[in-house]
Design a protein around this ligand. Structure first.
Ligand SMILES: Cc1cc2nc3c(=O)[nH]c(=O)nc-3n(C[C@H](O)[C@H](O)[C@H](O)COP(=O)(O)OP(=O)(O)OC[C@H]3O[C@@H](n4cnc5c(N)ncnc54)[C@H](O)[C@@H]3O)c2cc1C
Length: 514
């Protein structure tokens, strides 16, 4: 017999846990089943060498929805920042770095024209990102429908764009369809400014600065409202606070419980079966796993119409970013940076052509010879992450395609050495300080976090995979065509990043259906 009142959530990533917390708060009987021994999915802190802890997936917090933070009382459940609103530093090999803080950019060679352009760039990116951000908490409307709620949501979306006024609306519609390269070339002269800002449009995606959708991705990133923060205890502390909130409302959370399949009878969900054969009955199943895993591995394509199977197959989700972790015996010395500055967000993207060239390799199944990097040395802001006097460096290394022609097992070690060499160009003594190094390629990310393709958004973030087409038409309202089955992960609207919105919206969809 199905337990009609129980809701099972497959996966204890941060979205699964947010969903669990909202459902439990609304009085549902919720059980979360997480495959890994540790909660958090791609937002965890783990020890990668004795005494050295790192945020193994996401490492900077810039998107967490502030309403969710308040609703779930995450601060009361232990969420704390080690450093709020860090700056970004665009690294230069000779130490002539640039620093970005809010709408200011400072450093050698920044012209008055660039400075003024930065203020204007900041104004319009914030304004336009607000439109994307404003859609986060909305259930995406169905397009072909007479449903009143959907029509109101469609009208609201159009109104949000219209009310910007004619000039800004035209500019929004112009830039959202072009690319970061054109916008940054149009506005800025300094190569480091162009290189650094272009990363907002490409990090975590299969895009270069000249690709369509790169502006859209940048706006998604800019839609976070209160800066970029370093979480005390690493990103696992965000997940731990959400899990504590879910438990406080009565949710049951089980780790080391991999789900092997979703049980079905007469087209209705009956619950799930675990890898060990245990069956857990439930009338509603919400999946935090990515859409391909959910529909093909856990449900089975035979339960879906052919049209939907094709749409899910076509979701683009080829990971292109790796993660480098270094355990260091001391503070790395970057040429021209003091210790405080080394604790900011550091970028290796010397100019926009460098970034585009790095992407070129990925297009042909090669990793870049000169990759792009976003570096955080969180232990400079949080000394609990490493033994006294020692440090952890985490870096997102962009342009490392999932489907590497030579295969990652053959290439991993040499590429990791290449990445350390790259960082050593800016911090010459760092190689001698490395006590332990680890590189997670997209293939490792797929295995460790169970994300098909190792893509950090569970599917490319693009205009054709957004809102009512995310992950695919017919499943974009979190409810799937299968009775009792919902989605709540980053593959659904509004996409990836540690934000929580997909989890909260999915909970609302479940509650709306009683
Ligand atoms: C290398 C990297 C760097 C990133 N950097 C940042 C960053 O700095 N800032 C930021 O905001 N975002 C960043 N992101 C993106 C962010 O981490 C993800 O978008 C986000 O964590 C996705 O959350 P989620 O809950 O939707 O899914 P996930 O975190 O992927 O969680 C899904 C969960 O489902 C579980 N699961 C899957 N299948 C099963 C099964 N069969 N049975 C049981 N459980 C299952 C998985 O084990 C996992 O715990 C990064 C991602 C990566 C990979």
């Amino acid at each position: 017999m199905t337990d009609k009142n129980r809701v099972i959530i497959i996966g204890g990533g941060h979205n699964g846990l947010v969903c669990a917390a909202y459902l439990a708060k609304a009085g549902k009987q919720v059980t979360v089943l997480e495959a890994s021994g540790q909660l958090g999915g791609a937002a965890i802190t783990r020890e990668f060498a004795p005494g050295f802890k790192v945020s193994a997936g996401a490492h900077l917090l810039n998107l967490l929805d502030q309403d969710i933070r308040k609703d779930l009382a995450l601060d009361a459940h232990g969420l704390q920042m080690a450093r709020r609103a860090i700056s970004t530093i665009a690294l230069d090999v000779e130490g002539r770095h640039l620093t970005f803080s809010a709408d200011r950019v400072s450093g050698e060679g920044v012209s008055a024209k660039d400075q003024a352009a930065m203020v204007e760039y900041h104004r319009f990116m914030r304004r336009f990102a607000g439109i994307i951000g404003g859609l986060r908490n909305q259930m995406p409307p169905r397009i072909r429908t007479d449903n009143r709620g959907d029509l109101i949501r469609l009208a609201k979306t159009a109104w949000n764009i219209r009310r910007m006024g004619r000039t800004d609306m035209r500019e929004f519609l112009r830039i959202v369809g072009i690319n970061m390269y054109d916008i940054l070339k149009e506005n800025f002269e300094h190569p480091l400014i162009r290189g650094a800002l272009s990363l907002d449009g490409v990090l975590g995606s299969f895009l270069g600065p000249r690709s369509n959708n790169s502006v859209f991705c940048a706006l998604h990133r800019w839609s976070g409202t209160d800066g970029t923060h370093i979480v005390k205890g690493g990103m696992g502390a965000v997940t731990a606070a959400i899990a504590a909130a879910a438990r406080s409302h009565g949710a049951t959370i089980r780790t080391a419980s991999p789900v092997a399949g979703i049980m079905m009878e007469h087209g209705q969900v009956q619950g799930v079966e675990l890898d060990n054969g245990e069956q857990v009955q439930a009338g509603t199943v919400v999946s935090n796993a990515d859409p391909k895993t959910t529909f093909f591995n856990l449900l089975g394509a035979r339960h879906l119409e052919a049209g939907l199977v094709r749409k899910i197959q076509n979701i683009r989700m080829r990971g292109n970013a790796s993660k480098l972790h270094l355990a260091l015996s001391g503070i790395p010395e970057f040429t021209g940076l003091n210790q405080n500055q080394a604790g900011e967000r550091l970028l290796i993207a010397p100019d926009i052509e460098y970034v585009e060239r790095a992407f070129n390799h990925a297009k042909y199944g090669e990793h870049s010879a000169q990759p792009v990097a976003e570096i955080s040395i969180a232990s400079l802001n949080d000394d609990a992450l490493a033994p006294a006097g020692q440090h952890v460096l985490s870096a997102i290394i962009q342009y490392t395609p999932y489907a590497l022609k030579s295969g990652w097992p053959n290439a991993r070690q040499a590429f990791m050495e290449r990445c350390i060499e790259l960082i050593a160009q800016y911090a010459p003594g760092i190689r001698e300080q490395v006590v332990h190094a680890e590189l997670l390629t997209p293939v490792d990310i797929e295995r460790e976090f169970r994300i098909q393709g190792g893509h950090w958004h569970h599917g490319e973030l693009a205009l054709d995979q957004f809102l009512m087409t995310r992950p695919a038409p017919g499943t974009a309202q979190y409810q799937t065509p299968v009775d009792g089955l919902y989605l709540c992960g980053a593959g659904s609207h509004p996409g990836g990043g540690v934000m929580g919105s997909a989890g909260r919206n999915a909970a609302n969809a479940v509650l709306a259906n009683g």
